[in-house]
Design a protein around this ligand. Structure first.
Ligand SMILES: [Zn+2]
Length: 371
């Protein structure tokens, strides 16, 4: 039996490569061992690793969206964060370096990673995975993982006139916010779409960029739903309604979820303990939080849609969190396959499970990547 393919719509791979020297050709367990032996500070700041090519292979992870992400310096948590910027030109340099990092990774390891910026790139990767994911972890079959570049926080874009250049370099998805930006309100920094934000979105639509609503303040997300004519998604976000007492703006309110569904968009749910249980804090044990809770977010989206075509995965693993902050039972990304029996117990059939784990994102890419 083969596993359904997983597509993960949010991983900060370039950030981790540049900031902590992580090598994603290795397994997560290998990275954890090396970081432990070398006294690396990475696990302290971003938790232990959950990602690596052998884990992708074992878990049937065929495609990931690889982010370009740097921290605005006012939100930097310490000197260790070298991927932080004080002004827009610095942001531009860092984000370009991260995009170059994906080009370098895929040039150096074409057997393990391929850049996916077109239909042909995607077909090329999927041909290797045509038999589905691996059931047998001892398999040595070489299957490259596709990486679709996604920009998280758009302050690196100095002017909308730069967009064709970013597109040329392979960027396909843009989220204008992380914290608030000059384009719109963002996480913990509420606000509307600004004039510059509207200009950016208009220019993005002209080129057919996919808009990522994750991290946009609710007001700006609602405005973007009204005005953005192009494809839109939320690469990594859970449902605010399922966290009693939640009063932030990072998770999605139901009307925004409905808006994304109505626009044929997809929402990637995040297996992050804090976004599954409002009372959980970094450093708490993860035993009480399970993939069942994550499945409830998937089900919430599917119930609203009336089908299983709009929920997907956006793990954010090795982003702001890793092993210590993922639900119990998740030792690497391969364990996201454990969602399949949980969804089956909720009444989802094999086709619906495959849709949620990967096929929905693949459909989005098949429609929206250029020929
Ligand atoms: Zn994020």
């Amino acid at each position: 039996m083969t596993l359904p393919l997983i597509v993960d719509a949010h991983e900060d791979l370039a950030y981790n490569i540049l900031n902590f020297g992580r090598d994603y050709t290795r397994s997560a367990v290998e990275t954890r061992r090396i970081e432990s032996e070398s006294g690396s500070e990475a696990p302290l700041y971003t938790d232990n690793a959950l990602l690596g090519w052998p884990d992708y292979l074992r878990g049937g992870v065929a495609v990931v969206f690889g982010t370009l992400f740097a921290t605005p310096i006012r939100r930097r948590e310490g000197e260790w964060d070298k991927q932080s910027y004080a002004d827009f030109s610095q942001a531009h340099r860092l984000y370009r370096l991260q995009l170059d990092t994906y080009h370098k990774l895929t040039d150096e390891h074409p057997d393990k990673f391929r850049l996916v910026s077109s239909q042909a790139d995607l077909e090329g990767v999927l041909a290797y995975w045509a038999q589905g994911g691996e059931e047998d972890s001892s398999s040595t079959a070489e299957k490259p993982v596709g990486i679709v570049p996604l920009m998280e926080g758009a302050e690196a874009i100095l002017s909308p006139s730069e967009l064709p250049e970013w597109w040329e370099q392979g960027l396909r998805i843009i989220g204008p916010a992380w914290a608030g930006t000059r384009f719109c309100g963002g996480t913990r920094e509420p606000g509307p779409l600004t004039g510059e934000g509207r200009e950016l979105l208009e220019a993005m639509a002209d080129i057919d960029f996919t808009l990522d609503l994750s991290h946009m303040d609710w007001l700006s997300a609602r405005q973007a739903l009204d005005m953005y004519p192009g494809p839109l998604i939320a690469s990594h976000a859970n449902a605010a309604a399922l966290l009693p007492g939640y009063d932030g703006n990072r998770l999605l309110p139901d009307d925004v979820i409905r808006g994304i569904i109505a626009r044929q968009g997809i929402i990637g749910v995040i297996p992050f303990c804090k976004f599954l249980d409002n009372d959980w804090e970094k450093g708490d044990r993860r035993d009480g939080i399970t993939l069942e809770t994550l499945a409830a977010h998937i089900d919430h989206i599917c119930q609203m849609a009336g089908d299983a075509l709009h929920a997907g995965l956006g793990s954010d693993f090795d982003g702001g969190f890793g092993l210590e902050s993922a639900p119990a039972g998740v030792e690497s990304i391969a364990d996201l396959q454990k969602l399949a029996p949980i969804l089956m117990a909720k009444g989802y059939n094999n086709e619906e499970i495959a849709a949620v784990l990967g096929e929905n994102w693949l459909r989005h890419l098949k429609i929206n990547l250029p020929k």
